[in-house]
Design a protein around this ligand. Structure first.
Ligand SMILES: NC(=O)c1ccc[n+]([C@@H]2O[C@H](COP(=O)([O-])OP(=O)(O)OC[C@H]3O[C@@H](n4cnc5c(N)ncnc54)[C@H](O)[C@@H]3O)[C@@H](O)[C@H]2O)c1
Length: 396
């Protein structure tokens, strides 16, 4: 694929490192940046044949097969509009929109134009995440009851993130989009998210948006998603997921504590990892950041999906559902009530009837719990299927 990169900032460079790393064959061929010097610097660094300070020129360049949007949130929609006009496939970074309304418009634009719309939710492509999903598909942890995802760090690296107008909000829109989509995958994307309860506050920074929030997302099958996001966390970038199922548990630590620990007196002055606050003392570096964050797997899926004429794992539609959940979270933070997730487009199952299946002990009883006690006795807690009476049986 020949790629046009829109934007030359933080994520554009992360994407470029992934795309041009490890002998990959898909190439960025041109870049747009509003500042021509930045465009040139990016083009020089990655060996691109051209660079522009006009977005449409970069998109419309003949050799470009696909456009990669790495611009601030308020520019995602106009960039998708330009791609639809040019009938060029498009990949958009997260969050898709600042609101579900914007995201829905972007979804409609790509579908009407008949172009490919890939949602670059990298954290749904990390090797640990993909392996977890495979285990869940195989039934290793049973039915998922609770999926919690956390992303916290000391705050983003550019002014526009902190401006509610340009970004669409604070930590919820910036980090909650990852967490919501992670939980949604674990619970099942076909299960409808129904309502959200969210606490949000501006605890530390002099901004209008929230710098800390915790939310619960209720799903139609009775499962609960939980997101924990903060721009006030100290100590690096904490990316953790916990999934609780009827038959098992998954705990994933994706970044801060991956099993790689290093002590330095600080002499080397080197880069440690994204959002690391210090480079001396005990440190938690990350081996191959792009890989740990899912970028190579994500781009492979995107490009293969185009070639195989199928949807990628993460689509514009998924980005829209995430935005709808986040809209409800913002509303709930204001009203302090459970707020419905408004999905004008829903392509999953009808509101699933949640059938609880109890474990039968014998014809007469359900099994509630069995445990071996410290004295060696085995205890059974049972419920009579007809009378509802609870009984316990102990065998020594
Ligand atoms: N894990 C991830 O997927 C991830 C990580 C970081 C950022 N992002 C997303 O990537 C996007 C860009 O974030 P970033 O971290 O690269 O930001 P950044 O500030 O580092 O870079 C933004 C780029 O857009 C340009 N820009 C800023 N304002 C502009 C304007 N008004 N008109 C034209 N160009 C403008 C900047 O010059 C720069 O090239 C955001 O949507 C962000 O949410 C995703």
């Amino acid at each position: 694929m020949n790629i046009a990169m829109l934007g030359s900032g933080f994520i554009a460079r992360f994407y470029a490192e992934s795309l041009h790393g490890q002998r990959r064959k898909d190439r960025i061929v041109t870049v747009y940046s509003r500042n021509i010097d930045n465009a040139k610097r990016f083009a020089d660094d990655y060996g691109l044949s051209s660079h522009y300070d006009d977005m449409e020129e970069a998109i419309n360049k003949d050799e470009v097969d696909i456009v990669l949007i790495s611009l601030p949130n308020h520019l995602h929609e106009p960039a998708v509009e330009a791609c639809a006009r040019a009938k060029k496939h498009v990949l958009c970074t997260k969050p898709l929109g600042r609101t579900a309304k914007e995201a829905k418009h972007m979804l409609e634009l790509v579908e009407e134009a008949g172009i490919f719309g890939g949602y670059l939710e990298d954290l749904c492509y990390t090797p640990k995440f993909l392996k977890s999903m495979e285990s869940i598909r195989q039934g290793s942890i049973g039915r998922v009851l609770w999926a919690k995802s956390r992303e916290t760090h000391p705050g983003p690296h550019s002014d526009w993130f902190w401006d509610k107008e340009q970004s669409g909000g604070g930590a919820i829109i910036d980090l909650g989009c990852h967490c919501v989509e992670i939980s949604r995958n674990f619970i099942g994307k076909n299960i409808k998210p129904l309502e959200v309860m969210c606490w949000a506050a501006t605890q530390v920074h002099p901004i209008d948006a929230e710098d800390h929030a915790i939310g619960l997302v209720k799903y139609a099958n009775g499962a609960i998603g939980q997101f924990e996001v903060s721009w006030a966390f100290r100590g690096g970038m904490d990316l953790r997921d916990e999934v609780m199922g009827t038959e098992g548990t998954i705990w994933v630590n994706s970044f801060l504590r991956t099993g790689f620990e290093m002590f330095s007196s600080g002499k080397g002055d080197g880069y440690v990892a994204e959002k690391a606050e210090v480079n001396k003392g005990w440190l938690f570096p990350v081996g191959d950041e792009a890989h740990e964050l899912g970028y190579p797997h994500m781009f492979t899926d995107m490009f293969e999906a185009i070639e195989e004429n199928r949807d990628p794992l993460e689509t514009f539609y998924d980005g829209y559902v995430v935005n709808a959940i986040l809209d409800a979270a913002y509303k709930s933070a204001e009203t302090k009530l459970w707020e419905p997730v408004v999905l004008e487009i829903w392509r999953g199952d009808d509101e699933t009837v949640y059938n609880k299946e109890y474990t039968s002990y014998d014809d007469e009883f359900y099994l509630i719990k069995e445990e071996v006690l410290p004295n060696g006795d085995a205890k059974l807690i049972l419920k009579n299927k007809k009378t509802g009476e609870l009984v316990q049986k102990t065998t020594s």
